[in-house]
Ligand binder design. Structure first.
Ligand code: ZN
Length: 196
């Protein structure tokens, strides 16, 4: 089998750490705290670097292989953990993703499904768009016969504040190709992801 690696990095975010650090210091002042106090001295730097980390996916190489065995069934990676930042509150939402596809001419290194989830999770997001982006990206880059993505997440903006609905899970899904068009494939996918 010949591998075809393709370097994947997201470069649309320009993060200015110094500016973020001074903005966090301003936020602390606005919230009634003194960023020059002994306890908060390092906080602006830590917060800025924490956000930078949450907004920056690790680059990876996308390795695909020819589907020599003509495997035509579902390939599914279940319970891929992810964390993302809600673009409405800058608070994290986190949970698991189930990502599957039915191969066409090429198959993908299995660990890459988790990397694709991270590629889009590390950014300001809403869960609906995140789910769709993972599905669209796989459909574009792999040209499989089907793609299915289910994401289940708890949003801290919902569990810690507002309605304080702790333990509530939001489920989103995006289906492409056979998984969208063929009821039997779709039923199998949802049975395997344990969702309905
Ligand atoms: Zn939110």
């Amino acid at each position: 089998m010949t591998a075809q690696p393709l370097r994947i990095a997201r470069t649309d975010d320009a993060i200015d750490l110094d500016a973020a650090e001074s903005a966090v210091a301003d936020l602390l002042v606005a919230l009634g705290h003194d960023p020059s106090s002994e306890h908060l001295g390092e906080t602006p730097r830590r917060v800025a670097s924490a956000y930078a980390e949450l907004l920056t996916p690790r680059s990876f190489s996308l390795t695909t292989f020819p589907n020599d065995e003509c495997y035509g069934e579902l390939v599914l990676a279940r319970d891929i953990p992810f964390v993302s930042l809600c673009e409405h509150h800058l608070l994290p939402f986190s949970g698991v993703a189930h990502v599957g596809y039915i191969p066409g001419e090429r198959i993908l290194g299995l660990s890459k499904l988790a990397r694709v989830v991270e590629l889009f999770a590390r950014g300001l997001q809403v869960q609906e768009r995140l789910t769709k982006q993972v599905a669209d990206w796989l459909a574009d880059h792999l040209q499989p016969r089907a793609v299915g993505v289910v994401m289940e997440a708890e949003h801290s903006c919902m569990s810690l504040r507002g309605v304080r609905a702790a333990g509530t899970t939001t489920v989103t899904s995006a289906l492409r190709g056979l998984l969208r068009d063929d009821p039997r494939s779709r039923a199998e996918f949802f049975a395997l992801t344990r969702t309905t």
